[in-house]
Design a binder for this molecule. Structure first.
Ligand code: MF3
Ligand code: CO
Length: 249
């Protein structure tokens, strides 16, 4: 059952989303060679709490941090550590916050200093695929319209869509129905309605779509060690179309 949100609830979700957006905006300025992923995590948690919200991921199924920070071949759920970013890396940062009982969730992949053209291309195409998916998040469409918009965009550039992780509904829970694959599966999927709120989050690899989980139990990496990028927005379906609640750029 997909839970439809009232205007008031969407406002509440948006407040959490603004916290998330502000954290990403501030983190962008901290991304440079030599910064450790743990430093980013510590400051992000501080900012979230100063904004009277709570980190959404910390302790979620035992996840130990505020951010997921995934570098290069890491796809998602990289755990912050003393590892330092270096020139040429690409780093995806995923942030979630909860305030007044509602969640917001977003992610962005940043280049660290000067980055190779093929890596920038993975970032660009992934980001474009998210916006193509968002464009389909309108009442009357079906879930598979979002999935196909993302998949078809990415595959035309020879990149691949991760299968093992999906987008999700969001609201009073971080993960609500429906699951939102970034590739087409069987059937058209549910019909989209005003009041649905989704976290759309394509995870896109330069090589194989296959991933494996490291021994830390969280970090997903590409099976062939190819680069991976990840972008996410929380999006509400309004009468007049999609509204991005986590916009910050
Ligand atoms: N944006 C990711 C997600 O939806 C981050 C989850 S990290 C976790 O699912 F630790 F909370 F699992
Ligand atoms: Co998410």
């Amino acid at each position: 059952m997909i839970n439809l949100k009232s205007k008031k609830e969407i406002d509440s979700i948006e407040r959490s989303c603004r916290v998330v957006a502000e954290v990403l905006r501030r983190l962008e300025r901290k991304i440079h060679p030599g910064v450790s992923t743990k430093e980013l995590d510590t400051i992000a948690e501080q900012w979230i709490r100063e904004m009277h919200a709570e980190p959404a991921f910390k302790n979620y199924r035992g996840y130990p941090a505020t951010l997921c920070v995934s570098i290069n071949e890491e796809v998602v759920h990289g755990i912050p550590s003393p590892r330092q970013l270096k020139e040429g890396d690409i780093v995806s940062i995923d942030v979630g916050a909860r305030q007044n009982g509602y969640y917001g969730d977003a992610a962005f992949t940043f280049p660290v200093g000067e980055v190779a053209p093929h890596a920038l291309r993975v970032i660009k195409v992934t980001r474009e695929s998210l916006y193509r998916g968002i464009e389909q998040a309108r009442a009357g469409n079906h879930l598979s319209d979002i999935s196909w918009a993302i998949q078809s965009w990415v595959e035309r550039f020879g990149l691949s869509v991760v299968r093992d992780f999906v987008g999700h509904g969001i609201g009073k829970e971080l993960h609500e129905p429906p699951q939102i694959p970034n590739y087409v599966t069987q059937g058209k999927g549910v019909r989209l309605e005003v009041g649905m709120v989704f976290a759309l989050e394509p995870m896109i690899n330069a090589g194989t779509h296959r991933v494996k989980i490291l021994d830390d139990g969280w970090t997903a990496i590409t099976e062939d060690n190819s680069l991976s990028a990840h972008f996410e927005h929380t999006v509400a379906i309004m009468e007049n179309g999609p509204r991005i609640l986590t916009q910050w750029e």
